[in-house]
Design a protein around this ligand. Structure first.
Ligand code: DX5
Ligand code: ZN
Length: 213
């Protein structure tokens, strides 16, 4: 299975987003963290910023909506240039309805689950999803520690034959990526581990090599 690295721009220098994107030119996807200060206790960026950086980057955008009402804002992010729209199973909107909305906008749909949410909630929708995001930290902030205890959720998805992308997000670094890859994940978000190094593109290569084992 192809191992994909998706750096999170949450850890980048927002004053220099265009040059920050050049530092991660070997990424497979760009992970964009959208927080509304309601679903999570933090506020990040919205659709206008996504639209702006889309103009200077042609790597696919993986937009992670940590917001209470993904149904209301999916269209804004589709228009802004999201390629994958990922929303939380724990949001205020119905999972099935939100997936249909994203697909109707011509975008790939993904569902994220927080560490304390059972993976079973996504089972009815797997045939419509391009990706399942298993959070390895509580969403809201970068720089937290990887939660190894959620790995059985990934193993369960693979054991039942799910062959789509499984993404992990939170605390991924050159060591923890090996644990997540072994469990069956193949898309790896990394914020701090990529941007807090001197040459992010080199770190992306290291992460990819470690995931491929
Ligand atoms: C957390 C975000 C993550 C975050 C990861 O709520 O969803 O994408 O940017 O940051 P690191 O890699 O620093 O844990
Ligand atoms: Zn994220």
């Amino acid at each position: 299975m192809d191992m994909k690295i998706a750096p999170s721009i949450l850890a980048s220098d927002y004053a220099n987003l265009e040059s920050e994107l050049k530092r991660i030119s070997s990424s497979d996807m760009i992970h964009v963290d959208v927080m509304d200060g309601h679903f999570v206790p933090n506020i990040s960026i919205g659709a206008p910023v996504v639209a702006a950086i889309k103009k200077v980057c042609n790597i696919p955008f993986d937009v992670h909506l940590m917001i209470s009402e993904p149904l209301k804002y999916a269209e804004d992010f589709a228009k802004a240039g999201a390629d994958i729209i990922c929303f939380h199973a724990e949001s205020d909107n119905g999972i099935g309805e939100t997936i249909e909305k994203i697909l109707s906008l011509g975008k790939k749909a993904a569902v994220a689950v927080k560490p304390n949410t059972e993976i079973d909630v996504v089972f009815p929708y797997l045939d419509k999803l391009s990706m399942v995001l298993v959070m390895t930290v509580e969403p809201g902030f970068g720089g937290q520690s990887f939660m190894e205890h959620v790995m059985p959720k990934i193993e369960k998805l693979r054991e039942m034959g799910y062959s789509g992308d499984i993404e992990v997000d939170g605390g991924i670094d050159p060591a923890t990526i090996k644990i997540a890859a072994k469990a069956g994940a193949n898309v790896f978000v990394a914020g701090s581990a990529v941007f807090k190094t001197a040459v992010p593109n080199d770190t992306i290569e290291l992460l990819r090599n470690n995931a491929e084992g």
